[in-house]
Write a protein that binds this ligand. Sequence first.
Ligand code: FE2
Length: 289
Amino acid sequence: MNGNPFDLDDAATYQRWRERKLAEAPARADDLIVEVGDPRALSDAEHAALMARVRRCNMAIYAGARHDADGDIPRRLGAQFGLHRLDANWLAGEDGVSEIRVFADGTRRLYIPYTNRPIKWHTDGYYHPPEWQIRGMVLHCVRAAATGGENRLLDHEMAYLLLRDQDPAHIRALMQPDAMLIPERVDEKDGVRPAQSGPVFSLDGEGNLHMRYTARTRSIAWKPDVALQAAIVALERLLNLDTTQVFQVRLEAGMGLLCNNVLHDRAAFSDDPERRRLLYRARYLDRIS
Ligand SMILES: [Fe+2]
């Protein structure tokens, strides 16, 4: 390989990558969608169409004809894209696939994903230790909400590009290994988890860009650093401007998101009491290969 576009000292490789990235970027959310028959067993053409989108923007949406509540769908879909190592979330079902729905009681109702409240921009697992990062994800919709529940999506590589274009110092600041601090907290699985820090942007062993971020302010603290504050403000502005690179989608029954843990949020929703919103979420330590 000749150079890495995410190397701040290699402007030439970055410029080549940047041009292709912008040229190939989907213009609208609809461009992300691929109609499929059975997501558990894609045809070669369906697989290629989804893969082409993931290559361009780290995400794709399948629209399948199966509407049954089968937790096997996200797992079998993911396996076709090299996603195997599931994140064993202590709140997940035994098979490592989480049901995302409103829980009226139990521990889950204390966590925003399991309520009908909005979730701010984030990547999944931003609070995990560096050696345990969520790189791939499948979010499969069994039943949509009566109203609301849309997701906004932004390719984290595009966020990187837009920030680096504004000022490479933003990237440098966001790559600091102590940029974000997750304070000590109590986790029901592991007990007290010590405070830990990590970068927003990092590169994995193969040179792929990874991003950890949350717009929440309660569960994290930012390093008090002028350059970092400027970078965070720039990122927030980018996310809230709804630039043309931000896509809004509503997953309907049978649809699902396949992605390399891109930036996303969720709008508040209201449920039909007879048919409550249900999504399956599978998170992986693997990246789509
Ligand atoms: Fe998420």
